[in-house]
Design a protein around this ligand. Structure first.
Ligand code: GLN
Length: 344
């Protein structure tokens, strides 16, 4: 498929496509194409232009070299996919190219932990921005081993521990959840990436042992680390990740689903955490420039949502000093600037 055209029968000259688009089972009435006065039918041309403009910026970032498998990924790559609230997909560049999900997987483990534990989760992990690097140990000792939030590594290890306590087949269930939310049953885990991180995961091993010393983990340190490396090593494309994150833009209801995945209120809570904690010690800069709740991963992906309007995923492996995709953040800034659509 031409990567600059949207999928699922959207070719303007194709009568059959038009019919299937308007009369398929999940048909919804065409909505007003204006959002706060902005014509949202221009998403495709905006994405196409971003794809062109971003090219000189692709080599400005640095790939994550502390995980050897990720260090081998060529830096000059870019893909972007947006799913609007009607489920229509817009894409550009390498939007179908699978990449390592890394910390974006923390969105899904947090959602599973909240589904299982509700507010009891907050006895184990906080909800404040950390102001320090994603893999930092500094706050843990002062704060008796309670991580600041679920998205820094310490907090994500506690969340993974909670999910291990809730679900007998935790790793398989996390993968199955992402498969079902994205609608792609063939998503898998890149075991070379998981092993590579495990072999060099000295910082995460320190964090997990430190948490255990404060009695903050119920499961064995090795079991928590192994499950964490597995969910970080899920491979997914920008299109599938935008689809998987759609429930956060749609009040907790996934694409093509009859039942909600979470309640609208829980989607609000998660989006608030993404806005305040999703991009680590650059979270203020990200909120200022992009104006959307978002979650980054050191594989170069960023998932962001505009509640009620779209979910979007951008991928480019070169990272800034905080471990967020440099070109990806810029592309999202251009998206909200050029569409005039952000949460603010
Ligand atoms: N697996 C990575 C780590 O623990 C995830 C970090 C990230 O994506 N920010 O270091």
């Amino acid at each position: 498929m031409n990567p600059t055209t949207s999928g699922n029968g959207d070719h303007p000259l194709c009568k059959f496509c038009w019919v299937s688009r308007h009369f398929r089972l999940e048909w919804r009435p065409p909505r007003d194409r204006l959002f706060r006065g902005v014509d949202v039918s221009h998403y495709q041309s905006i994405l196409d232009q971003i794809c062109v403009d971003i090219q000189p910026h692709l080599t400005a970032g640095k790939v994550a070299d502390y995980i050897p498998e990720l260090a081998a990924v060529p830096v000059a790559q870019f893909g972007m996919a947006l799913v609007d609230i009607e489920g229509k997909v817009y894409r550009c560049g390498a939007a179908e190219q699978p990449f390592s999900m890394q910390s974006i997987s923390k969105v899904f483990t947090l959602t599973l932990a909240l589904k299982g534990l509700g507010r009891r989760l907050w006895e184990r992990v906080g909800r404040e921005p950390s102001g320090s690097a994603f893999n930092s140990l500094v706050h843990l000792e002062y704060e008796n081993g309670k991580p600041r939030n679920p998205f820094i590594n310490a907090g994500a290890l506690v969340v993974t521990d909670a999910v291990l306590g809730l679900l007998p087949q935790a790793e398989a269930t996390i993968l199955e959840t992402v498969r079902s939310l994205s609608g792609n049953k063939s998503l898998g885990i890149n075991q070379a990436v998981a092993t590579s991180e495990e072999n060099f995961g000295f910082r995460n091993a320190s964090l997990a042992n430190f948490l255990k010393s404060f009695d903050r983990l119920d499961n064995a340190v090795d079991a928590v680390l192994a499950a964490y490396y597995q969910h970080c090593a899920i491979e997914i494309s920008a299109v599938d990740l935008a689809r998987a994150g759609y429930f956060l833009a749609n009040q907790g209801a996934p694409l093509d689903a009859t039942d909600p995945f979470i309640s609208p209120n829980r989607a609000k809570y998660i989006n608030s955490l993404l806005l305040t904690c999703g991009t680590y010690d650059s979270v203020g800069d990200f909120a200022y420039r992009v104006g959307l709740p978002g979650k980054s991963g050191v594989g170069g992906g960023i998932l962001a949502v505009m509640p009620g309007e779209f979910s979007v995923c951008v991928w480019s492996p070169g990272l800034d000093k905080s471990g967020n995709s440099l070109a990806g953040t810029l592309a999202l800034e251009w998206l909200t600037t050029r569409t005039g659509i952000s949460i603010f």
